[in-house]
Ligand binder design. Structure first.
Ligand SMILES: [Zn+2]
Length: 507
């Protein structure tokens, strides 16, 4: 009997005892009434997994796997699992905690259930996360991922205790969010020509309100919070193609089929862009219960604002010198609009720049992507921070290894599994005392070069497994060799679930 609990992320503590738990078939999970929702999902997850093993019968009864409530603390994510000879007991003080425990159990079943028999070493697992923000961003603008794909992804993320789904809904290449007062955003802005695929009609689509609610609810039941992103005031080609009067030149514009950074952004001198933001935020607040909304704010080019009389007039009225300060002005208004709606803004690290006159409001959360410096600076200024540095393996659109054959973007520092594993939300450069401002980290999948869902899975797995461990497991428990050996068992779990994965060198 191998004495290894090979789950990912690695639990805080595992103590083995001599015995072995062995059961024919798999017991139905039962337990405390307050965990009924989590238990039902877990029973369904296990039933699906067993079918994939070719095990057709129902889960065996009566149950010897129990979920018990211990204490009462809805904020806690901690859980414990005791595997004895006769039974498996999962305990937690919250539904979040019990769900995490059930996912650890799901991992064990996926790798240790063979020929109709589950064999596990008797052990006591104590577990809780290091960081509260453990996320994945999916770019659904450059590639329009279907709802069934997104749900399967969310379910698999939850297997790794990931608890944030950052949904990138708008960009130059497509607008995916319905906004009732601006119907052309979806009528025009969701479609683009796609010269890569000449045999197909224009590429595009958008999510209906019902589909969005369905995804948000599906994720919430798996204790994953969905955070929408609407990128403003740059990456705005799809908006401008729909409403050309919102740009500095008036167009003509098109939903971009090229990839890159474009000069046409929302006109900072036009008050109607604020009405647009108001209506977008109203739509978001209706659909997304999350207290956070991501406002983008990255890669804004200022050429148009420099040349535009309306933007120059605004600059003079506000007493500003540099066009970049207009972005800080816009950001401060967006943050205020969200705050009036009870929401907290998150933005990419560019929102820290040129903010002398219009200071970035203290409550704004900064997502550090251009390396770690944005996170270091933001935390020194007292902002909460989410780390997703492109230099530390968090950009899942980068090649795993730098060969011509490997799919993804070429990028010098690379994004190997090892690099993703080595990611540290709290860096040595951060001021001591600012650790509590670092909420955690996430991986980002940009989709310029990702043409299909299965391809997305290949880019995400197993790097997100490495990131999950980087943000869950205490630093002193992390060991890449140990992770690599557990990954062998973990790969079979992903295979059983039908998830594609990268299988090349890890470093
Ligand atoms: Zn303008």
């Amino acid at each position: 009997m191998k004495e290894k609990i090979t789950v990912i992320p690695k639990p805080v503590s595992v103590k083995y005892t001599e015995d072995v738990y062995q059961s024919e078939g798999l017991s139905v999970i039962s337990g405390d009434k307050s965990f009924a929702g989590e238990i039902e999902i877990a029973n369904n997850q296990l039933r699906c997994a067993l079918e994939k093993f070719g095990f057709k019968g129902p889960l065996c009864e009566p149950g010897n796997i129990f979920c018990l409530k211990k204490g009462d603390d809805e904020a806690s994510e901690a859980y414990s699992i005791v595997i004895s000879k006769e039974k498996i007991t999962i305990e937690a003080a919250s539904s979040k905690g019990i769900y995490h425990g059930l996912q650890t159990l799901r991992q064990l079943v996926l790798s240790e259930f063979n020929n109709g028999v589950l064999v596990l070493p008797c052990a006591e697992i104590q577990d809780y996360p290091c960081f509260s923000w453990r996320g994945l961003m999916l770019d659904c603008s450059r590639y329009f991922y279907t709802v069934p794909f997104i749900k399967e992804l969310i379910d698999t993320l939850s297997l790794h205790h990931i608890n944030r789904f950052h949904w990138h809904l708008t960009d130059d290449q497509g607008w995916r969010l319905p906004v009732a007062e601006y119907p052309l955003l979806t009528e025009i802005g969701s479609l683009r020509k796609d010269s890569r695929m000449r045999w197909k009609p224009p590429q595009g689509g958008f999510y209906s309100e019902d589909e969005i609610r369905d995804v948000v609810d599906y994720a919430a039941k798996r204790h994953i919070e969905t955070i929408p992103e609407v990128d403003l005031p740059g990456h705005a080609s799809a908006i401008l193609a729909s409403y050309p009067e919102l740009g500095c030149t008036g167009g003509p514009y098109q939903v971009e089929e090229r990839f890159g950074i474009f000069e046409d952004v929302l006109c900072a001198g036009n008050d109607r862009i604020l009405d647009l933001a108001t209506k977008i935020f109203d739509a978001l607040v209706k659909l997304f219960p999350s207290k956070w909304v991501h406002i983008g704010g990255d890669e804004v080019r200022y050429n148009r604002w420099e040349a535009c009389p309306k933007c120059q007039k605004r600059l003079a009225e506000l007493g500003l010198k540099k066009p970049g300060e207009l972005q800080s002005w816009i950001t401060s208004l967006l943050v205020k609009m969200l705050s009036e709606r009870g929401r907290t803004a998150i933005g990419w690290d560019e929102i820290l720049e040129d903010s002398d006159k219009f200071k970035l409001p203290k409550e704004t959360i900064v997502m550090s992507w251009r390396g770690e410096t944005g996170g270091v600076r933001a935390s020194a200024l007292g902002h909460q921070v989410i780390m997703t540095p492109n230099s530390c393996g968090c950009y899942l659109d980068y090649k795993h290894i730098n060969t011509a054959e490997e799919p993804g973007q070429s990028y010098e520092p690379g994004a190997s599994v090892y690099k993703a594993y080595s990611m540290q939300p709290v860096t040595p450069e951060m001021k001591s005392g600012s650790e509590q401002l670092i909420l955690g980290g996430q991986g980002n999948l940009w989709a310029e070069l990702i043409y299909a869902g299965k391809f997305a899975q290949y880019m995400i797995f197993p790097r997100i497994c490495a990131i999950a461990e980087a943000v869950w497991t205490p630093k002193e428990n992390k060991d890449f060799e140990d992770f690599s050996s557990r990954l062998k068992a973990h790969r079979s779990r992903l295979d059983t679930l039908g998830i594609y994965q990268y299988r090349g060198p890890l470093k």
